[in-house]
Design a binder for this molecule. Structure first.
Ligand code: HEM
Ligand SMILES: *[C@@H]1O[C@H](CO)[C@@H](O)[C@H](O)[C@H]1NC(C)=O
Ligand SMILES: *[C@@H]1O[C@H](CO)[C@@H](O)[C@H](O)[C@H]1NC(C)=O
Length: 394
């Protein structure tokens, strides 16, 4: 069969006419939305070609070009990226109610817990989480009674178990927490908590061994405040401003979740003049916030002293750094996390002299990251530890 030139031409003319009609109808039926700027998406992959192995850094670089509120496509899904303190505040405070949703999780995985593990877990928890007020033989029901009784006195949660027990049977949660899956959840949180804290301490040391004078300064503070006769306790932390400053500076430069876990918009809304459709995935780039040159002097440098001069809130009130995020989805384990990082770091500094092995020079230490569930140093350095305290304490 022969296809003539004119029939191809007519077909093309029809397609063109159709396209114009569609475009016009589109404007009439739904007026054009004002969407945030962003790179042009490819079919199927969207903008995923622009997101490399360090997504927070790629997105940070893209925000320099497209602005601190930009819209990308991950595949066919629209994704909003907030990269400045102002935009973080828009998402996490101004429009908090709309952007606080998360996709439903599978609760099934919480049911892995076998009964004989319970006692073991309770013993760990009672040592680590529950500030010493519970006993090993308490069952979940006892715990709930205990907490209900306590709840009458004051409704401010004191520890993670308080937080969790308040969540049990809370009708507002998307993922219902029941007494059955509570133990599994506590276990998950606990391992999550220790891993997150360990990673932060790892980053702190990665920075500190490059700056031996900071270790000296910390040791001087520890010797003066604690003395060589004992280890550091949680209660001591408020007396150790330089250690506290080291922790804050570590959280600023190396937030555990450089991109917060995604939030979703449950309604269409308008953010600083842009129309954000319902169901848009939102990431706040925490990594970008801590490196914003409008708020941080010499942002790339590790300078704990900046926190001695200026007592900056790291629990979600100051949007220039949000290691625990902010708003209704803020990390519920923040005070546990801060205390765990604090006591671990303080005791590792107090108890040991730290030296680099072999002939690595401090300035050669890499600050490159590996991106994962949490972000770790790409090349952890090996260090030599020597006891600093009387040997009977070890
Ligand atoms: C250094 C320690 C920690 C850091 C930096 C950290 C940071 C974060 C961040 C950034 C989020 C996301 C918040 C959001 O999506 O807006 C989060 C969520 C969460 N964190 Fe942590 N966290 C730490 C330790 C802990 C600990 C110790 C626990 C439990 C004992 C914990 C339990 C949780 C839970 C349950 C969520 C989910 C909250 C929700 O979806 O509403 N975290 N954390
Ligand atoms: C981001 O930009 C900086 C500076 O231009 C560059 O060194 C870095 O490799 C870029 N990172 C990514 C992941 O694109
Ligand atoms: C928030 O942090 C910035 C540093 O990034 C500081 O200059 C500012 O004073 C802080 N704001 C408040 C209210 O503490």
């Amino acid at each position: 069969m022969e296809i003539s030139f004119s029939s191809v031409f007519i077909a093309l003319a029809w397609l063109l006419a159709l396209a114009i009609i569609c475009e016009v109808m589109n404007h009439v039926v739904c007026p054009k939305r004002n969407v945030p700027p962003g790179p042009r998406p490819w079919p199927i992959i969207g903008n995923l070609n622009l997101v490399g192995s360090l997504p927070h850094e790629s997105l940070h670089n893209l925000s320099q070009k497209y602005g601190d509120l930009m819209l990308l496509k991950f595949g066919s899904k629209p994704v909003l990226i907030a990269s400045s303190p102002e935009m973080a505040k828009e998402i996490l405070k101004t429009h908090d109610a709309i952007f606080s949703s998360r996709p439903a999780l599978t609760a099934g995985k919480k049911n892995f817990l076998r009964h004989h593990l319970t006692e073991f877990i309770l013993s760990i928890i009672s040592r680590m989480v529950m500030s010493g007020t519970y006993h090993r033989d308490e069952s979940i029901e006892n715990l709930q009674d205990h907490h209900k009784a306590k709840g009458k006195e004051d409704s401010v949660p004191k520890d993670m178990v308080d937080v969790l027990l308040q969540l049990v049977d809370d009708p507002n949660l998307e993922v219902k927490i029941t007494t059955d899956n509570l133990m599994g959840l506590i276990l998950d949180l606990l391992t999550g908590g220790t891993d997150t804290s360990a990673t932060t301490v790892e980053w702190a040391f990665q920075e500190l061994v490059r700056n031996p004078n900071m270790i000296e300064k910390a040791n001087e503070e520890l010797d003066r405040t604690i003395g060589k006769g004992r280890w550091v306790e949680e209660e001591d932390l408020s007396q150790l401003p330089f250690i506290e400053a080291i922790i804050k500076e570590t959280f600023r430069l190396h937030p555990l979740t450089p991109l917060i876990p995604p939030h979703y918009s449950i309604e269409e809304c308008n953010v600083v003049g842009y129309d954000i459709p319902k169901g848009t995935m939102v990431f706040v780039n925490i990594w970008s916030l801590g490196r914003n040159p409008n708020y941080w002097d010499r942002p790339e440098e590790f300078i704990p002293e900046r926190f001695l001069e200026n007592d900056i809130n790291i629990k979600g009130k100051n949007f220039t750094m949000l290691p625990f995020c902010s708003g209704r989805r803020r990390c519920p384990g923040y005070s546990f996390g801060i205390n765990l990082v604090g006591t671990t770091l303080a005791n590792l500094l107090h108890g040991f002299n730290w030296r680099l092995t072999g002939d690595i020079k401090p300035e050669e230490i890499s600050m490159k990251e590996i991106y994962g569930l949490t972000t770790h140093p790409e090349k952890p350095i090996s260090k030599i530890m020597e006891p600093r305290l009387p040997l009977h304490l070890y």
